[in-house]
Design a protein around this ligand. Structure first.
Ligand SMILES: [Zn+2]
Length: 278
């Protein structure tokens, strides 16, 4: 059932009636979770397992659910504690979630699956740092150059990624994580790994100058820190996302313009270089 999206769709089928009309599904929340002491909503017991233990289906309307139990603790059989999560999803969504992707690529070391930005591709990390686009027939295309990423955007234009600021931010951050480089995105200035031990007066001065050059106002909590988390603002139909990255011994301010077609325009400015970094 995991060979292709068509096969998976055929396996799961489609809802046969509106949600409100199904007596089972209308009683189950779209998303619910709990621990051992709480049971899922009434109606859960009637869902059927359809080939995979965690993949459940309503016998009345064919809607699908993922029911995932997580055991943790020291007892190797049952764990000392457990939690469950029950989510109703469209078939295509299940297909693109990490749950689906790990089953579509059983022989691969899937370590991360991005939010579903593209209609016909999942962005998948294999091993420690190699990103791929996985199509609906489970073919992998490596995303090892920015040209490869541009090609993907042209071939399978992403869903509306500039419609709201939060989506644009997550999209820019995700693509920055894929872009092949040694750049390391920073959330706080304080996350820069400076040399250990007592700083020389010159080192201290370099660091203070870099802090000042960011133009950022120190935070009150944690006091004095510089907030470098992604920020976004609208610019016509585009969204401008600001990120901060470390590149070698330099601190770089990166403005990423997210265009409505999903393409990104990057503008890097080196704010400080030769920092005393490890
Ligand atoms: Zn139902």
């Amino acid at each position: 059932m995991f060979e292709s999206l068509d096969a998976f769709r055929a396996h799961c089928g489609e809802p046969t009636m509106p949600l409100e009309q199904c007596p089972i599904c209308s009683a189950i929340p779209e998303r619910s979770y709990g621990d051992r002491s709480e049971a899922p909503a009434a109606g859960f017991e009637q869902l059927r397992n359809i080939g995979e233990d965690e993949l459940r289906q309503c016998p009345t309307c064919r809607r699908v659910y993922l029911y995932v139990e997580t055991h943790y603790g020291n007892d190797i059989y049952t764990g000392n504690d457990s939690r469950w999560q029950l989510e109703r999803h469209a078939v295509d969504v299940v297909w693109g979630l990490e749950w689906g992707v790990t089953r579509r690529l059983p022989a691969r070391d899937v370590t991360r699956v991005s939010e579903a930005f593209f209609p016909n591709h999942a962005l998948v990390r294999l091993g420690t740092n190699a990103w791929f686009a996985l199509d609906t027939s489970n073919r992998l295309v490596t995303l090892d150059t920015s040209g490869a990423i541009d090609k993907l955007i042209d071939a399978d234009p992403p869903h509306d990624v500039s419609g709201d600021l939060e989506t644009a931010k997550r999209y820019a951050v995700q693509l920055a994580a894929i872009a092949p480089s040694n750049d390391e995105r920073l959330d706080y200035f304080e996350y820069l790994r400076f040399v250990e031990g007592e700083w020389t007066p010159e080192q201290r001065q370099t660091i203070e100058a870099a802090r000042a050059a960011t133009g950022l106002v120190p935070m009150t909590n944690p006091v004095g820190w510089l907030d470098m988390r992604p920020s976004a603002e609208r610019s016509g139909t585009d969204v401008r996302v600001r990120l901060w990255v470390r590149r070698g011994k330099s601190l770089v301010r990166r403005d990423v313009t997210v265009r409505p077609d999903g393409h990104l325009v990057r503008d890097d400015v080196v704010i400080a270089s030769d920092l005393p970094l490890r």
